[in-house]
Design a protein around this ligand. Sequence first.
Ligand code: SF4
Length: 254
Amino acid sequence: MQDNVNELARDLLTHVRSLRDAGILSVARSKSSFDGDFSDPSRGDGNADGAATAPARISASARTREDSAAQLSAIERELVGCELCRLSRGRQQIVFGTGNPDARILFVGEGPGKDEDESGKPFVGPAGQLLTDIIEKGMKIPRDEVYICNVVKCRPPGNRNPEEDEVASCRPFLQQQMQAVAPEVVIALGKFAAQTILGTTVPITRLRGNWQDYDGIPVMPTFHPAHLLRNPALKRDVWTDIQKVMRHLGMPGV
Ligand code: SF4
């Protein structure tokens, strides 16, 4: 009996070491399911306090993270005082992007709203809270382990949609950000992000849920969180799309 216990303990130790060597520092406790509300702390598939479980493996290497961070800083410096389009006139500040420079997942939204313009950070209003719930309560990874940015970096007046020439002016900066982060997956949130990244006019209703490609990076278009706030029934579709991403990345919980 004692021999069996010792053998089991040795096998377990070997397995834990192999996981650690592969960069896997934690394992989710249970499979996730979806009940239509990312923010419902009563869901039975998370930690008791609803906090995110640490990811299986998010960053490839410390060196790559430093390189990516340096590239992102260079792009951000290039943007200081940018007046390439008329959106510069109404902004309080440029909202560049936040998160892990070496993230496996890059979320791209449309543009800053009032809260983002004031804080300088993307997705901090109600739609931002829903995105945080998708990441932390749905995907069970901390929000700061992904990278989040927008197509346009300055707030369109009155939260109107960005216009074609404004998107065209800001698009090169988004492309540079995507190259710097070099994620394994881009999740395009809504029509503007999906159409800008993919260079298409195909409606988001046809793009969503279907893998696309940007320069060799798999792109998953899905609905924008602000659209989900107006149409909560679509959360189920978004969760289906997010699960495809999780399966692609071999993340636990699907
Ligand atoms: S939206 Fe982009 S291109 Fe236009 S002013 Fe702001 S940073 Fe420059």
